[in-house]
Design a protein around this ligand. Structure first.
Ligand code: CO
Length: 289
């Protein structure tokens, strides 16, 4: 007996392909943390609703030890996802937390916070990502909110073929990630594929999406993405990603609903207009964050 395979788009879904690839650019931020800026650089200034993606990865303490001392944010969300190492987080409202390997922090800066992120280790590997996610005009001045997610709270789903995925935000099959109540309905998935493995992941066609390969190399259709490469995904309802035959691959797959509003960025402030930026600077200097 044979099983009919339907080619109808409604049942199979149109696969997304890579429409642009971007390599990270060496940058320095905070008090001299060396990192790779992937979104938020000339080759990819933003990808609505995503404003920035940094990968920090070093086993040389002088690349990270000074961390990110007190600095403000207004008008968007910062998302930290740690692969290795420990970072102490604190803010001017008295909130504090430890970001350790496998944890995530989804921070809605909203109308403003002043915070710091300082390594809690003097040597060893520090590795992770920071993603900036925009807020629409109606939520830019919302109250700050933290979702500090311990490693154990992030479900891991086995996909067969030795592939696994950690679900930080969004859904894989019946499993939902712990991040909730975010207006852009984000998907943030961390995949590990064995050599020769492949996955097929549904993505809402309403969302902009990218994948970023941080270990090995991955293929999406005819595109091959090396470690340190981001692939912007075109339209469709799902994406199929394969590791190479002889080595495993790890990547994050991230998607969000675009906001479609003007973006005016000034350092750690992201608003809709120049005058809102001037107001943010005034408020910050007056200690109103
Ligand atoms: Co920050």
């Amino acid at each position: 007996m044979s099983v009919a395979i339907s080619n109808h788009p409604a049942s199979n879904g149109a696969g997304r392909s890579v429409v642009k690839t971007v390599r990270g650019m060496a940058a320095s931020d905070g008090a001299g943390v060396r990192l790779s800026r992937v979104i938020g650089q000339p080759a990819l200034p933003d990808l609505d609703p995503f404003l920035m993606l940094d990968e920090f990865r070093s086993d040389d303490a002088k690349d990270y030890i000074a961390g990110f001392p007190d600095h403000p944010h207004r008008g968007f969300e910062t998302v930290t996802y740690m692969l290795a190492g420990r970072m102490r987080h604190g803010d001017n409202q008295g909130n504090t937390g430890l970001l350790r390997a496998g944890s995530a922090q989804w921070m809605t800066a909203g109308r403003g916070i002043v915070h710091s992120e300082i390594p809690e280790q003097e040597n060893g590997l520090m590795w992770g990502f920071q993603l900036w996610v925009n807020l629409p005009a109606r939520l830019k001045m919302t109250a700050p909110r933290y979702q500090d997610i311990e490693p154990e709270a992030i479900p891991t789903v086995a996909l067969g073929n030795g592939a696994t995925v950690r679900v930080v935000a969004g859904r894989v099959g019946d499993t939902s990630g712990p991040v909730s109540g975010v207006v852009t309905e984000p998907i943030y998935l961390d995949f590990a594929l064995s050599a020769g493995g492949e996955i097929s992941q549904a993505l809402p066609s309403s969302h902009n999406a990218f994948l970023y390969v941080y270990d090995g190399a991955a293929r999406v259709g005819s595109s091959r993405l090396e470690r340190g490469t981001l692939g912007v995904l075109g339209p469709g309802e799902r994406v199929e990603v394969a590791a190479e035959a002889d080595k495993p691959a790890r990547f994050i797959l991230v998607a969000g609903k675009p906001i479609g509003e003007p973006v005016v960025k000034y350092g750690p402030f992201v608003m809709n207009t120049e005058s809102e930026i001037r107001q943010a600077i005034t408020d910050f200097r007056a200690g109103r964050f």
